[in-house]
Ligand binder design. Structure first.
Ligand code: 6CS
Ligand code: FE
Length: 301
């Protein structure tokens, strides 16, 4: 059978971009079973737009502890070449650090926040485990952009994630302003899977985490989805704000030429029923710090 059609989410190795309408739920559970602290309107917004902003889930003390941990982590890793520490293109500034719980217990606790676990289990209708965690620092003056992409496209092709049954939490560790490279999303773009052109180089992650070039939608696909979905939204907010977004939502962020750093922690809840298979196209598996293959259901702290 033609490999293109054996994969419900073909991408790369295509001669032109592909737009496929999503045919699996965003919220996998009956809304009537929702946790009582989240409203039906909030869930309806998440279902339709692919993201939801949550405030007041973290105390001022928790936020401060996270900020201190992030600052110390970046200091400790500056100049290092440890696995999972990614530098900015063209400089030695730390761009991202992966596998946060392995660095500091407070990040482990954050990924096991009771309300986040409860909400992720509800949305994905199963126990959840951590697929990936990272801290994107986007330092002042040096933080470069993250071009438009769907995380699921990468995780499906390069990690073998079968289905769109995962979600990301971004925890703002600094204030995110219009000027320091906040997360930008295309509302409702999670409703379309964008197959991208371009062959995946071996060990693509070595380059893609500094500047992604393969697996990025073409300009026509981005423009089309932005026009269909109500444009582009920059999500600004105070430190401590949490952005929940569907694994297939098109997102990106501009470079930071302001003096203000923009540091956000991201962690990805995957359904235990959506465990990674083999990457597409015979690609080698990516390292464990990027894509956790051990399915360890998370328990609330
Ligand atoms: O390759 C990945 O898994 C990473 N790439 C991007 C641009 N976002 C998700 C993830 O951190
Ligand atoms: Fe991403």
């Amino acid at each position: 059978m033609n490999a293109l059609f054996s994969d419900p989410y073909p991408s790369r190795r295509l001669t032109e971009s592909l737009l496929l309408r999503r045919n699996v739920p965003v919220i996998w559970q009956d809304i009537a079973l929702k946790p009582d602290w989240i409203s039906a309107e909030q869930l309806a917004h998440y279902d339709a737009n692919g993201f939801l902003v949550l405030n007041d889930l973290l105390t001022a003390e928790e936020i401060e502890k996270l900020q201190n941990a992030a600052f110390l982590l970046r200091q400790n890793l500056a100049g290092s070449h440890t696995d999972g520490t990614i530098k900015e293109p063209g400089s030695q500034a730390v761009r991202s650090v992966f596998n946060l719980p392995s660095h500091c217990p407070i990040f482990d606790e954050l990924t096991r926040h009771p309300k986040l676990i409860e909400l992720a289990e509800f949305i994905l209708r199963s126990k959840v485990y951590l697929h990936q965690s990272r801290l994107n620092y986007k330092p002042g003056f040096r933080g470069k952009e993250f071009f438009w992409h769907s995380d699921f496209e990468t995780w499906h092709i390069e990690d073998g994630m079968p289905e769109m049954r995962a979600l990301s939490c971004s925890v703002l560790l600094t204030d995110n302003h219009a000027h320091n490279g906040p997360l930008m999303v295309i509302p409702s773009s999670h409703g379309m899977y964008v197959g991208c052109v371009g062959e995946t180089p071996e060990q693509n992650y070595i380059h893609s985490l500094r500047q992604q070039q393969v697996g990025t939608p073409c300009e026509i696909a981005i423009s089309t989805l932005a026009n269909l979905g109500g444009g582009i939204q920059s999500i600004t907010g105070k430190a401590g704000t949490i952005i929940l977004f569907d694994c297939n939502l098109l997102h990106g962020s501009a470079g930071n030429i302001s003096p203000d750093p923009r540091a956000n922690a991201f962690f990805v809840y995957n359904s235990v029923e959506n465990a990674l298979q083999e990457p597409a196209h015979g690609l080698a598996r990516r390292p464990e710090y990027l894509a956790h293959r051990q399915v360890k259901p998370l328990t609330a702290k």
